[in-house]
Design a protein around this ligand. Structure first.
Ligand SMILES: Nc1ncnc2c1ncn2[C@@H]1O[C@H](COP(=O)(O)OP(=O)(O)OP(=O)(O)O)[C@@H](O)[C@H]1O
Length: 547
């Protein structure tokens, strides 16, 4: 039985100065010590007197609800935001000047890996590793490429994973991309010192890449370097971290609790401040709902860059999942079906309308009742400098010739309802979206497209970046849309979410559907089908002893 976690705002401090693992030489002290750090935006206190200690050679989890302050802390530590006066930060026992100077932080071995691993697709491996660090010849200003290559090769060697230096990152496997991202963060730390902060960078990795990622992380922490892992995946926290700190409303309500003593339920309580309610069962009305269109949406012969000749029917009221390894076609499908990317062939039949996907654009798809919730919020989904209200109203405003005062009032009411239904925080429609945390931006994106009451709703990784409570809110909202007669297609790699949400899941390999899971299937069934023949899933890191 794990310890009873305090659920009040008063932090219960589990001191983290002791060596967590036995059988390993670990220098005393801390790799990172955050002491009394606060951050205020206008009148809003995003961090309140936060304390956090990361000891040598540990993977320390940092978790909390959307908007609890995790990214703000990471940004304070790398100098993106200045902290309020008064706090202290130590790296390897030595004070770091505040506000943090990014170069100084880097030199001290404090690195942050952001979401999507922060790689530049069109640059080569060596360029990605060395950008911002190039050593130019003093006289000619020419970059000393041989030196750059040697430095890049040396850090990859430290990880024990060779990756070809001249390949563009775009062409790498997911495993190699993870390797390059870790190598980039590691290269400034003296061997065995420093700390790497991963700010939701594991979010888009498939299970196999995640296993590879943690093999590398294990090698890194075995030398004494530490890792601070920001994630919403509580299973990952339990499997891969040694201790965890929980932020709630900018306060560290739990500090350095050994994860070996915790259950997922206890973590959920610590994050939410309450247990989760049970989620309603999957819908049972597939194909029998009121039906916004007539009959199933018929997807035929859809061919893009990877997807080839995809045929699929999605009935009103049904939620169909499509999944697979990265670039197996399931992840291209959302964009081909909605006119966001041109297809080489294929049609979508919705009621009496047939969309020719070779000539379709987003406006035509929208007019036919198709909505896309894309994976990339900033590039394809949201206007970050507009308000929450404007973002939610945008697709419907475009389709109306004029906006009358009565309509405007109704619209404002509708926006407030969506903000409430999806629990957007702060619940203020006049906030600009760039001021919201990542998870809250995701909720606005979903509200924007649910509000159009589409006939076919296509979503790509809809619960990325959202906390455990918001995941439930979003899952329920998608199910409600289906129960209301919408046909829903979810493309994703989170097997737990797919098993929870979908009536059936279609697994893709090399551009085509290879298996369909129906009835009572589990997350493990999905993983097994994706990696057919690769055996049961492993835990992310070997069990650890907590002394
Ligand atoms: N530039 C800013 N101006 C005003 N408020 C901000 C700004 N950046 C962040 N905030 C607010 O600070 C709070 C903490 O945001 P932060 O991004 O740190 O949360 P988070 O825990 O990382 O959330 P998520 O899990 O959703 O990414 C949020 O309420 C957010 O709206």
């Amino acid at each position: 039985m794990g310890p009873e976690l305090s659920l009040t705002a008063e932090p219960v401090v589990h001191e983290g100065n002791a060596s967590i693992r036995s059988g390993r030489v670990e220098p005393a002290g801390t790799r990172l010590s955050v002491d009394d750090v606060s951050k205020t935006f206008g009148r809003y206190r995003a961090l309140r007197n936060v304390h956090l200690d990361v000891v040598p050679g540990e993977v320390h989890g940092l978790i909390g609800q959307n908007g609890s302050g995790k990214s703000t802390l990471a940004k304070v530590l790398t100098g993106y935001h200045p902290a309020d006066p008064g706090g202290r930060v130590l790296v390897d026992g030595e004070p770091l000047r505040l506000p943090v100077r990014p170069l100084e932080a880097r030199r001290r071995g404090l690195a942050v890996v952001h979401q999507s691993l922060g790689l530049v697709e069109d640059m080569t491996v060596v360029e990605n590793l060395r950008v911002g660090r190039f050593a130019a010849n003093r006289f000619t200003r020419a970059i000393r490429w041989r030196q750059e290559r040697d430095d890049a090769a040396a850090v990859l060697e430290r990880l024990g994973r060779p990756v070809r230096l001249d390949l563009p990152v775009r062409s790498l496997t997911e495993e190699d991309r993870a390797t390059v991202a870790i190598a980039r963060a590691l290269q400034d730390a003296e061997a065995g010192r420093g700390i790497i902060i991963f700010d939701e960078s594991t979010r888009s990795l498939t299970r196999r890449s995640l296993e590879h990622f943690y093999e590398l992380v294990d090698g890194v922490v075995a030398t004494g370097t530490s890792v601070l892992l920001i994630t919403h995946h509580l299973e990952e926290v339990l499997q891969a971290t040694d201790r965890v700190t929980v932020l709630r409303d900018g306060v560290a309500v739990e500090r350095g609790v050994p994860t070996a003593e915790l259950t997922e339920r206890e973590l959920v309580r610590a994050v939410m401040g309450r247990p989760l309610e049970a989620l309603a069962a999957k819908g049972t009305t597939a194909g029998e709902g009121p039906g916004r269109g007539s009959g199933p949406v018929a997807i035929r012969g859809v061919t893009g860059t990877v997807a080839t000749g995809v045929d699929l029917d999605v009935a009103p009221g049904e939620v169909v999942g499509v999944t697979g390894l990265a670039a197996s076609g399931h992840d291209e499908l959302p964009y081909l079906l909605t006119g966001a990317r041109p297809a080489r062939a294929g049609t979508v039949q919705i009621g009496s309308t047939t969309l020719d996907l070779t000539r379709c654009d987003s406006a035509r798809a929208m007019a036919a009742g198709v909505a896309l919730v894309p994976e990339s919020r900033a590039d394809e989904g949201l206007a970050l400098d507009l308000t929450v209200a404007d973002n939610i109203s945008l697709p419907r405003r475009r389709s109306r010739s004029a906006v009358f005062p009565l309509e405007r009032r109704a619209e404002a009411g509708s926006v407030r309802e969506w903000v409430h239904a999806l629990d957007v925080r702060p619940p203020d429609p006049s906030t600009t979206v760039d001021r919201l945390s990542g998870g809250n931006q995701q909720k606005v994106l979903l509200a924007k497209w649910l509000a159009t009451r589409p006939t076919l709703l296509v979503l790509h990784e809809p619960t990325q970046a959202v906390d455990v409570g918001a995941r439930q809110v979003i899952t329920s909202a998608i199910r409600r849309a289906a129960d209301d007669g919408c046909a829903v297609l979810v493309s994703g790699t989170d097997e737990t979410e797919l098993a929870l949400l979908c009536d059936r899941v279609v697994v893709f390999r090399e551009g085509g559907a290879v298996e369909e899971l129906t009835g009572d299937f589990s997350p493990d069934d999905i993983v097994h089908s994706i990696f057919a023949g690769s055996g049961p899933r492993k835990t992310l890191r070997a069990p650890r002893r907590v002394d």
